[in-house]
Structures are given as C-alpha cells and as structure tokens.
Design a protein around this ligand. Sequence first.
Ligand code: G1P
Length: 287
Amino acid sequence: MKAIVPVAGLGTRFLPATKTQPKEMLPLVDTPVIQYVVEEIVRSGIKNIIFVTTRHKKCLEDYFDSHFELESALEMSGKSETVRELRRIVKLAHFSFVRQHAPLGNGDAIVSAAHLLHDEPVVVAFGDDIFVGRELVTKKLIEVYRAYHAPVCVLKKVPRSKVHQYGIVRAKKIGAATYQIFDIVEKPSAKNAPSNLAVFGRYVLTPQIIDYLRELHPPSRNKELGLTEALRLNLRRGGSFYGWEVSPQAHFDCGSKIDFLKATVYFGLKHRELKHEFRSHLRSLEL
Ligand code: G1P
C-alpha cells in the first residue's frame, strides 16, 4: 500500500516560526515532526510515500534526499554514526512529491496525488499527527481495512470544548477499539456534535473514496474540499466506514502549540542522551 502525506498547509498557527520554514520541519528535540510521521507509517509496512507539497516546502523534499557535501564533511571528521543515521532517513521509503497548486483543502491535496494510484486502497497520513506507544496505528488501520474492505480512520475522545476543531463521528463500538461509523460532521459546535469522538490524521481510503473526492472536485469558488465531505458522501450512498480508537496519551496533534509542547517533553524524556538530565531538570522545577 502507498501513503499520501499532505504537507502543503501554511502553518499559520505557528507564526512567526513558520514564516520561513514548514511547520512539519519544526523539531521535537532533534528530529522534525514529519520524520516521526514517516517512521510510523514505514514501520506499519508502507514503502511508497507521496508527499503533497507546495513551493514553500522545498526543504522538506531535501530532507528526504541525500546531502553529499554534509555527509563527506561528517565522514572526514569521523562522525560515521551520524552519517549512517542521515543515510537511513533517505532510505526509509521511496519518496515522491506532487504539488498542490492552491490551498483548497485536504480533499484537494489527495486529488492532487490520486493519478499516482492504480485503483488501490491508500493510507493518508496528515503531517501534524504523531502517534506513540507500543501499537502502530497505521498498521492497526490496515488490519481493520483488511477485515471490512471499507475506509478506516483513527478516533480519539476529546473534551466537548474542543469538538469544534475536528471531524466528529456518530459511531457504535463493535470491538475492543473498533467502531462502525454512521455519520461524520466537520467541526461541529459542542451543541450539534454527535459525540466527542474525533477523527485524527490517519486514514485508509478505498478507491471509491478517491472517486467521491473527484466527483466533489473542484470545490466551488473560494471553498476548500475536505476529505470529510467524501467520507460523508460514502455513508449517504450506503457505504461503510470504520474507526480505530487510540488512547489520548498515544497521540499528539503537533499542529497545536500545546500538543507540540507536550510532544517535546515526551521525546525529551525518551531521548538517549538527554533523558536523565532533562528528567532531573523537570523534577527540580517548582511545579
Ligand atoms: C483535519 C480534518 C478533521 C480532523 C483533523 C485532525 O482538519 O478535516 O476532520 O479532525 O484534520 O487533525 P484540519 O486540522 O486540517 O483543520
């Protein structure tokens, strides 16, 4: 299975930091957010990754390419372990890049990459969402897809005060963490939300969903095309849709400042060289 990773967003929530660098390249300690996304989908069995970029994201393309001069300089100064790590990143997967020509929503981003698919299911991974813990979330979604041959997404319970920020589903639990979804509403008010189960940035989409996106494309003037619209159309036309629930601790929405900060602390406390010093620093703070 291939994965489409839309990374064309402007990152306005992180201004001024994102004025000149993509939000996906902001580091969590020493590793950019996008690398965590890529590693999780690669460990789930994906070998082909299609990034949907824009002209502001060139350094993201360069990140997954080799840097000959840097590698030679590091090698000459005996830093062969760092060179090995840089080369490992380049070889994580086969990377392709397509451009989204205008900020017309995540549905439009997926349509921009759809010509590279051949009537096949595809993983979609948003560049902001990081999943941690023992379970590989994308692998779980693929398992659910294989059981039902229908689209699948990640679900996480959020406080009612935050439902207006996410796609929210009406769903019934049918397994330990599996849900059948009957409706999805994009960013509802707390009053109109069908539940507090929110959709987060990993999906397996069927060719039918890609067809629905094409049917809804192009979006009408000045509007964005959201993936949610195609998933909703699928349900309206009698298709099924499933979800896999993750625990709140297993996910960071790195598009939000508070989760970015929490993720920084999480990876700081796991970092091979820094964890002891960082832990004792946190303990020493008068919290
Ligand atoms: C997108 C989706 C939304 C989902 C969210 C998860 O929204 O449209 O359904 O809940 O990602 O991060 P965005 O964050 O692009 O506004």
